[in-house]
Design a protein around this ligand. Structure first.
Ligand code: JF5
Length: 246
């Protein structure tokens, strides 16, 4: 999978892509992240990428020329998606869609704005990671790279792990524990040490359901509620919950 990123902070994105799971994925030849510095396509001595807005107002706007030149030179994989708060909400479903393709590209916008001809004439769509404003799209690009990268087959060490966790079935994770069995008087639930794999699986399923109902009822709604079987499991294992947060 090839992913091209267009940014005025290439070191930030390249540093991230070279570390983390993406760095190992690149070394294995599974993903090819190409970071493009928009300043390399400026023509003036100051390497200017922004200018004042027509019509007046505060802040600076990213100019179209360096962006068009950078994108046209790279001939990046499509879709080219502009990162900014006006975009389609990025979620695990979008991550799966992007991971299923051969590649895509990200253009990091700036808070002050990007010349709108970039959005209408060069980009194929817009993506937002959430309803808050960032200084630029770079952090959003890293979120997208990580979420999509880990879904590319072979990237995760354990092939099962990417699909088994939160959101793969629309539920939060069940509680996890490791040694010691008793930490400051707090015991790991006995069922997890029982060696009864069937009971462990049922407890985990019930806990994932109970946690999601309690903390993220919107996720239960989104998957169309609980089945009768799930409802029964949730009720049967009531009283088996971890203690409340202190
Ligand atoms: C940006 C115009 C880009 O603020 C963001 C963002 C928030 N969610 N997803 C991305 O990106 C920076 C701001 C304004 C373009």
């Amino acid at each position: 999978m090839r992913v091209d990123v267009f940014t005025i902070f290439p070191e930030m994105v390249a540093g991230f892509a070279g570390q983390s799971l993406l760095g190992r994925a690149a070394a294995k030849g599974l993903v090819d992240v190409r970071v493009h510095d928009l300043r390399e396509h400026t023509t003036d001595v100051h390497r200017t990428v922004d200018d004042t807005p027509f019509g007046g107002g505060a802040g600076m706007v990213l100019m179209p020329e360096p962006i068009f030149a950078s994108v046209e030179t790279a001939d990046p994989p499509r879709p080219l998606l502009l990162l900014g708060p006006g975009g389609r909400r990025f979620d695990q479903g979008v991550a799966r869609e992007l991971a299923a393709g051969e590649g895509f590209s990200l253009l990091c916008g700036r808070y002050e704005g990007v010349d709108d001809r970039v959005r209408t004439e060069l980009c194929d769509g817009e993506l937002s990671i959430g309803d808050y404003v960032l200084g630029g799209g770079e952090v959003a690009a890293m979120v997208v790279l990580e979420a999509v990268g880990r879904l590319v087959p072979g990237v995760m060490g354990n092939a099962a792990s990417a699909g088994e966790e939160s959101f793969s079935d629309g539920l939060l994770e069940y509680p996890q524990y490791t040694k010691p069995a008793v930490f400051r008087g707090l015991e790991v639930p006995a069922v997890l040490r029982s060696g009864d794999h069937g009971r462990v699986a049922r407890w985990r399923r019930a806990q994932a359901l109970r946690r999601t109902v309690r903390d993220r009822p919107d996720l239960i709604e989104a998957r169309g509620g609980l089945s009768a079987e799930e409802q029964a499991l949730v009720e049967e294992l009531a009283g088996d919950d971890p203690p409340p947060r202190r």
